[in-house]
Design a protein around this ligand. Structure first.
Ligand code: SF4
Length: 283
């Protein structure tokens, strides 16, 4: 069996577990049309979907077409979207993008990736979100901060660059999986595989996850860093320090996926706080 086939099987098993865990996962941005989704996705940059969903109802009630967004007076749209952050840049992108939609596309959002990414403020991620969610077209895999983090932890990529991560995921999964896979991964990143403290002990993907870059400790899991970084170097140094037999046992239990409680109690008995140990660095 080749390494590529192994990687595809691993990705397929991850996709299956995600499907079971989040059968109904969908885009969290509230919208009623491709245009509304496009605007909401532009607003979601560096902002939570919940925050965007607080802002968009009034916005979509007021601006009902691409031409209306394009004609919004300077300073007004900025104020209306201020709470989403980076409001000057976002207002500029929305106006320019909607102007082009109104002038060149009859006010409609195009269905082609190549056309979409030529619109001001629309990158590949935004285009994939709009095509996949609004039109059901699998143009690629949406790689946001959750998808990037989880793809690395799950051993689906060794890259940190969204473009390279998307290429890896597209090579590992059939196109029919691309849209739902990213929705499910985003849900999983919000609920279980949280950036600062992944809940590996209750994760339905644990059996398939190599936990790359996750630091396992008896007191809970933490994000690690790539091999060669300061954190990885520190973790490695800590891992090589001599420890008591009980502390060693607690760490071994944590590494082997034993319940957190037993690892904690062993450490408590020894009255030694176990040092973190990196489960694995970059593959
Ligand atoms: S086992 Fe841990 S690192 Fe892997 S996906 Fe689950 S929460 Fe994330």
């Amino acid at each position: 069996m080749t390494r590529a086939v192994d990687a595809q099987r691993h990705a397929s098993r991850v996709a299956e577990l995600l499907r079971k865990a989040y059968p109904e996962a969908q885009c969290a941005l509230v919208h009623r049309s491709p245009l509304e989704l496009l605007v909401a996705t532009i607003l979601s940059a560096q902002c939570t979907d919940q925050r965007v969903n607080l802002v968009t109802p009034a916005l979509f009630k007021k601006y009902r077409s691409a031409a209306a967004f394009a004609a919004s007076p300077p300073g007004v749209l900025e104020k209306e979207i201020q709470s989403t952050g980076f409001f000057n840049a976002k207002a500029k992108s929305i106006r320019a993008c909607c102007r082009q939609l109104a002038e060149d596309h009859g006010g409609q959002v195009p269905r082609e990736l190549d056309t979409l990414v030529k619109l001001p403020g629309v990158g590949r991620k935004t285009a994939n979100v709009v095509l996949g969610t609004a039109y059901g077209i699998a143009s690629g895999v949406v790689v946001d901060t959750h998808v990037a983090r989880l793809s690395y932890r799950l051993g689906l990529t060794k890259h940190k660059d969204p473009v390279k991560i998307e290429q890896d995921l597209m090579a590992l999964l059939p196109a029919t999986e691309w849209v739902d896979f990213s929705h499910r991964l985003i849900h999983h990143g919000r609920q279980i595989c949280i950036a600062r403290k992944p809940k590996c002990e209750v994760c339905p993907l644990l059996a398939e996850c190599p936990q790359h870059g996750v630091v396992l400790t008896a007191g809970g899991n933490k994000p690690g860093r790539a091999k060669g970084s300061q954190a990885a170097t520190r973790s490695k140094a800590a891992a090589t320090k001599p420890r008591s037999a009980a502390a060693k046992g607690a760490l071994a239990a944590a590494r082997n996926g034993a319940p957190k409680k037993s690892a904690q109690s062993s450490a408590a008995k020894a009255k030694v706080k176990p040092k973190p140990q990196t489960r694995s660095a970059r593959p």
